[in-house]
Design a binder for this molecule. Structure first.
Ligand code: 4AD
Ligand code: MG
Length: 464
């Protein structure tokens, strides 16, 4: 008989029937007559209580029911007398499927997040990480559903790339050359023509440029995949490998783009409220008592829309009134997370979409405004997170785009295929990128991005 998952048992509440459940022992508590085993199978945050009567189970088996062990329990499902659970299993048979060595690292409650990262291979077996990874799964599903329902095409862009779309110096190189014996050209440079792809390649930092090719053919597309950035930022919001969702739409201007971004995030947060309440309630209790309130707030309030220049004015006024920022505030400055969070958390107390940034601090492909100084960028700034989405309307004019590429010394040999979108049937179009882990940070209330991806990659860390 297929064992029932605990979530089914809790849903059906079929007391009086015989059930078999399989899972991992979270805790065991012994009283004089019986032992109480909290069993979890990952299907939900709640444990199922297994009541073990020592007179029915042999002593050898009893001893092996320890924290971390995998067991199958068979018995009658009964209404529970105890607090905290509606039903429990009166076991008449226990089978040990896998013993847990006494060194099992998740014995106690109250391990630090740092310690749990050291045992990232086992931390999904804790209640908190179980909740986080179930929510992460739900968010991935919600994202596909949102775009699928709107008729967007899920488009797969390459992970290995020969171009550096967003700017220099942040890419992980991909090579099969022998690093101890590199082939050289006559002038002493590394001869990449002998490398696997016949040229220098890297892991992608974004699928956007290929996404634009697709949008100018299929109309509206999105990508959802891993991206890689070798920036050495040891912050609670940066990973070297993170997942990004990048919709790209023909015939959308920046306003349509903002509307879509706002609708999209609200949809995802509402999805969590509608489908992950057990896990959210757990996190609300254990991690952040304002979590659910914050999620509801975001789904029910309009995001502020504000030009960068206005944002700088607000920050300058705050500085004049004595507010201290670590990084300087001036027109032209790239905003740090402290500035973004000031606008969102202290000034507006709402999510903010900041637009029309100085062109110097944004990528070459953004549509240039008539003022000659700013571009049609839009960043969505969120409480506790700062930037959660970055996007823009794209420059559709071939000549303007080419001029910008030349100004920035971006190698044209990498860009010919991208420029072809503007050469053959160019159209106004827009898109944005949502950092998946930043969304999960927001939805779970966790404080560090390393704790919302199963196996985080950060400077100095690529274990597991
Ligand atoms: O603002 P970014 O760099 O934009 C792009 O990559 C564009 N190509 C997107 C587009 O228009 N299609 O990155 C987009 C988002 C950020 O807002 C942030 O949420 C997330 O990706 N992000 C990171 N998340 C985790 N770790 C990092 N190192 C991240 N860098 C960016
Ligand atoms: Mg950005």
């Amino acid at each position: 008989m297929r064992p029932k998952r605990i979530i089914e048992i809790m849903r059906e509440q079929a007391t009086g029937t015989e059930v078999t459940v399989k899972g991992w022992v979270r805790t065991r508590r012994d009283s004089k007559q019986v032992s109480f085993v909290a069993l979890n199978d990952g299907s939900m945050v709640a444990n199922l209580q297994i009541v073990v009567n020592p007179s029915l189970i042999d002593e050898q088996t009893l001893r092996r029911i320890t924290t971390g062990a995998c067991i199958a329990a068979t018995g009658t499902l009964v209404a529970s007398q105890g607090k905290g659970q509606s039903v429990e299993v009166q076991a008449d048979k226990i089978e040990i499927l896998g013993d847990a060595d006494a060194s099992f690292p998740l014995q106690k409650k109250g391990h630090t997040w740092e310690y749990l990262r050291e045992v990232a291979h086992l931390r999904p077996r804790s209640n908190t990480f179980g909740a986080i990874f179930r929510i992460r799964n739900n968010m991935a599903f919600a994202i596909h559903k949102f775009f699928h329902d709107k008729g967007f095409v899920y488009f797969h862009t390459p992970l290995i790339t020969g171009s550096d779309c967003e700017g220099a110096g942040q890419m992980f190189q991909v090579t099969t050359l022998d690093l101890n014996n590199l082939p050289r050209t006559e002038d002493g440079k590394i001869d990449y023509s002998q490398d696997f792809f016949g040229g220098q390649t890297s892991l992608t930092v974004s699928g956007q440029l290929e996404g634009e090719l697709a949008a100018t053919a299929l109309g509206a597309i999105y990508t959802f995949g891993p991206t890689f950035r070798a920036e050495n930022s040891n912050t609670p919001r940066h990973l070297a490998e993170f997942w990004m969702i990048e919709p790209e739409m023909a015939f959308y201007d920046i306003k349509d783009n903002m509307d879509l971004a706002e609708e999209f995030i609200k949809y995802c947060v509402q999805w969590a409220l509608d489908n992950c309440m057990d896990d959210l309630e757990f996190l609300n209790k254990m991690i952040d008592p304002e979590l659910i309130e914050r999620l509801k707030f975001v789904t029910t309030h309009d995001f502020v829309r504000l030009p960068y220049t206005e944002g700088i004015k607000i920050l300058e006024e705050a500085v004049a009134k004595g507010h201290k920022f670590e990084f300087p505030v001036f027109w032209g400055a790239d905003l740090a997370s402290e500035h973004e969070r000031f606008l969102v958390e202290e000034h507006f107390k709402k999510p903010v979409i900041l637009t029309d940034y100085p062109k110097e601090i944004k990528a070459f492909y953004m549509k240039q405004n008539d003022d000659g100084k700013t571009v049609r960028a839009m960043d969505v700034l969120f409480p506790r997170i700062g930037e959660i989405i970055g996007g823009s309307e794209r420059e559709a004019d071939y000549d303007k785009l080419l001029k910008r590429i030349e100004e920035l010394n971006i190698p044209m040999k990498d860009m010919w295929w991208y420029l072809d979108t503007r050469k053959y049937g160019s159209c106004p179009h827009s898109g944005f990128g949502l950092g998946f882990e930043r969304l999960i940070l927001f939805v779970t209330g966790m404080a560090n991005i390393r704790d919302v991806i199963p196996f985080p990659r950060t400077p100095g860390h690529a274990e597991f």
